[in-house]
Design a protein around this ligand. Structure first.
Ligand code: SF4
Length: 195
């Protein structure tokens, strides 16, 4: 069977342009926006709208997953004090990639991947490990490993994202990363005042 379809998990539009443009040269691409981690709802809606716009402008498919932030929080709150790249992120990324693999199976798409490795705030090794584990749960579905931050991928995504006018946020997505980003800003401001 010659099936060149590919389901690409996307966390937000600013991260997506480099993986999207690379993969669409080879595959019939569909973006899958499944991110119950994003807080608050207004921010979820903004990231969703931008990702849908990106898909339309780039001529690729788009699917929105379900948004159940309370369920996500129920599991994640045990790791609320973990830093980024810790256990909370591993569980969060694992759950999103499990669902992407499940959706690929539902759609009859044999390959899936994610844009998440483009961020310097993510361990590509961990993201790829969680993707491979997700694929093992769905026989016949393959995870496509990548490290999108290589070869200035992040810079390319930022450039295209700026051309589209997308907003680059200063936190990863969940309420805990938002609090941590705010605390970092406060420390930075206090350090400037102390100088
Ligand atoms: S920091 Fe990002 S990857 Fe980690 S738990 Fe929060 S939203 Fe998920």
């Amino acid at each position: 069977m010659n099936d060149n379809r590919f389901l690409l998990h996307v966390c937000c539009a600013p991260c997506a342009p480099h993986p999207l443009r690379t993969l669409k040269k080879q595959f019939a691409l569909t973006l899958y926006f499944f991110n119950p981690n994003i807080h608050p709802k207004k921010e979820y809606q903004r990231r969703l709208d931008e990702t849908r716009t990106l898909a339309e402008m780039e001529g690729v498919g788009f699917i929105e997953g379900e948004y159940h932030p309370k369920e996500w929080l129920k599991k994640a709150r045990q790791w609320k004090d973990e830093p980024e790249k810790g256990k909370r992120c591993e569980a969060c990324i694992g759950a999103r990639l499990d669902e992407t693999a499940r959706m690929a199976e539902e759609l009859g798409i044999r390959r899936f991947g994610t844009v998440l490795t483009i961020s310097r705030r993510k361990s590509s090794i961990m993201v790829n490990r969680m993707g491979s584990l997700a694929a093992k749960k769905f026989p016949g579905i393959a995870f496509s490993e990548a490290d999108w931050k290589k070869a200035h991928g992040e810079r390319f995504s930022e450039k295209i994202s700026a051309e589209y006018g997308f907003e680059r946020q200063n936190y990863c997505g969940c309420v805990y990363s938002r609090i941590q980003a705010r605390e970092k800003e406060k420390r930075r401001a206090a350090a400037c005042v102390a100088k």
